[in-house]
Design a protein around this ligand. Structure first.
Ligand SMILES: [Zn+2]
Length: 303
């Protein structure tokens, strides 16, 4: 049996674990993301990952997969866009965070791609995954493998423009899906109604929306943009399944059944209605995806 190490690097925490396709996630752990530069990040990874490997010698690591926010250019492997909490990460190959001996046989990908890869297991054909959190990430799996496009930039659904001259987005465009329907986007819309709303946590936002009609209306508006983007993606890609994941789905910002119903309505007489559901692996989907990516790449090299 072969075992693979996965890391899911997020803005607030790093999840890591050992597993494989047949046994799933066998062991996992996490640590808070407190590094503000690459050297301290490498030191954190070294101590935590080494400790995990030493605690479980029965699972020798064959290869490692690293997942991170941002877009990874296909040829160079360099990170092109980045979570604001991980500024030092820009322009790096995410594999460089691993201890040197582990960089051989390591690979990396965007966290939304990896969530999609994990959630698409067991399905054939076209599966689309979308993560809702600080931003909006999207991935597409074709027969269980991630589609990356010509340069690694495929499936940037978070940055399709839905409102001409709309809200500015951190990508430089205006009216992007992410600037309305991500948690950051909703908080900025809410802050325009009342500045105190922009400092709410996600759980406070959801709780207050039950008693504050203005907040409920902003979330409804955000969901309608999400549905609009999913309708476009459905008409372009004809996915069999759409999976909604990420921290905000876990927290209950959007109800997957309601999104599905509104998406199906928006498709009118279109003959196909994709199945839409919430990520089954929840918060560990990205980590499992990193492990599966390492297993797929390792198998490719062995062929
Ligand atoms: Zn954008």
């Amino acid at each position: 049996m072969r075992y693979f190490l996965g890391l899911d690097i997020g803005g607030t925490a790093v999840k890591y674990g050992i597993g494989n396709l047949s046994q799933g996630l066998i062991v996992q752990d996490s640590f808070p993301m407190q590094a503000h530069d690459l050297a301290s990040f490498q030191a954190l990874i070294l101590s935590n990952v080494t400790s995990l490997i030493q605690r479980f010698p029965q699972y020798p690591i064959s290869a490692t997969g690293v997942g991170t926010p941002g877009t990874i250019e296909l040829t160079s492997g360099l990170l092109q866009g980045v979570n604001p909490n991980l500024k030092f990460w820009l322009g790096k190959n995410p594999v460089c965070v691993l201890p040197e001996a582990m960089q051989v046989g390591a690979c990396c990908d965007n966290d939304a791609n990896l969530m999609t890869l994990a959630e698409a297991q067991g399905y054939s054909g076209v599966v689309m995954g979308l993560t809702v959190g600080t931003g909006i990430g999207t991935g597409l799996a074709l027969d269980g493998r991630i589609y990356r496009g010509a340069h690694g930039y495929a499936m940037e659904l978070g940055h399709i423009s839905l409102e001409r001259g709309g809200k500015p987005c951190k990508c430089g465009l205006q009216g992007c899906l992410e600037s309305y329907s991500s948690v950051t986007g909703i908080l900025s819309s809410a802050g325009m109604v009342n500045s105190v709303y922009s400092d709410l946590s996600l759980s406070e936002l959801i709780a207050q929306s039950h008693t504050t009609p203005a907040l409920a209306e902003i979330i409804d508006h955000a969901r309608s943009y999400l549905v609009q983007a999913l309708q476009i993606a459905t008409l372009v890609l004809d996915p069999a399944q759409i999976i909604l994941g990420g921290g905000a789905m876990d927290a209950g910002l959007y109800d997957a059944a309601q999104v599905a119903q509104e998406l199906h309505l928006s498709l009118g007489q279109h003959p196909h209605r994709p199945e839409l559901f919430k990520a089954r692996r929840g918060n560990s989907a990205g980590l499992m995806g990193a492990i599966l990516m390492a297993e797929q790449r390792f198998a490719d090299k062995a062929e």
